[in-house]
Design a protein around this ligand. Structure first.
Ligand SMILES: [Zn+2]
Ligand SMILES: [Zn+2]
Length: 191
């Protein structure tokens, strides 16, 4: 009994449908179908299958390619959507920070702080939460609550050493309390 060059199982004459390559290598029709999705050459001798064989599987191959494209397309769309969401959330955050800065300029410190309180600062490795912590510190400095400013800003620079503005306002807050040595220590770390 002949065996299929793809699955190596027997090909039962008169029962199993099969195809030859030009060199007579036999494969089950169903095995060949899948193989032709990858290559139009015989898996054994690399001889191209004749067009009449390929034509027979044309519709099946087209269908599979369409399916593959559709899957790819929907994956790309999902990816795109995810990117958009990230951008949207960044934009929202920037707008939020902008609105806080406007409140600071208008010296609406308590209102600015109450808006910042809506954001948690539990995960300080997150850049957004570091920025929020910085603003809390800065606003407290500006409204004369130097102790609270130091609390927030010290927590910030402990987490993120490279935060020049954090050290700047920390220095200012120490200075305002007459803690000149500590102020000097903070200023030295601005750069
Ligand atoms: Zn087979
Ligand atoms: Zn062959």
């Amino acid at each position: 009994m002949a065996t299929c060059i793809i699955c190596h199982l027997g090909i039962i004459e008169g029962v199993d449908s099969s195809h030859n390559c030009p060199n007579g290598h036999l494969a089950h029709t169903d095995c060949l179908k899948e193989w032709l999705l990858h290559s139009s050459n015989c898996p054994l001798c690399r001889e191209p299958y004749p067009n009449e064989v390929l034509d027979e599987f044309k519709d099946f191959i087209k269908l599979r390619e369409d399916e593959k494209l559709a899957t790819l397309d929907s994956e790309l769309k999902k990816e795109e959507l995810k990117k958009m969401e990230v951008i949207a959330s960044k934009m929202t955050f920037l707008k939020f920070i902008e609105s806080i800065n406007i409140l600071i300029n208008e010296q609406e410190y308590d209102y600015a702080l109450s808006r910042l309180e809506l954001h948690e600062d539990s995960n300080l490795s997150n850049k957004k939460e570091q920025d929020i912590l910085f603003l809390k510190g800065k606003i407290n400095y500006m409204r004369g609550r130097f102790d609270l400013a130091i609390n927030h800003l010290f927590k910030l620079v402990k987490e993120k050493y490279n935060y020049p503005d954090g050290f700047l306002y920390l220095g200012k807050a120490y200075e305002a309390l007459g803690l000149d040595d500590k102020a000097k220590w903070a200023y030295e770390r601005i750069n």
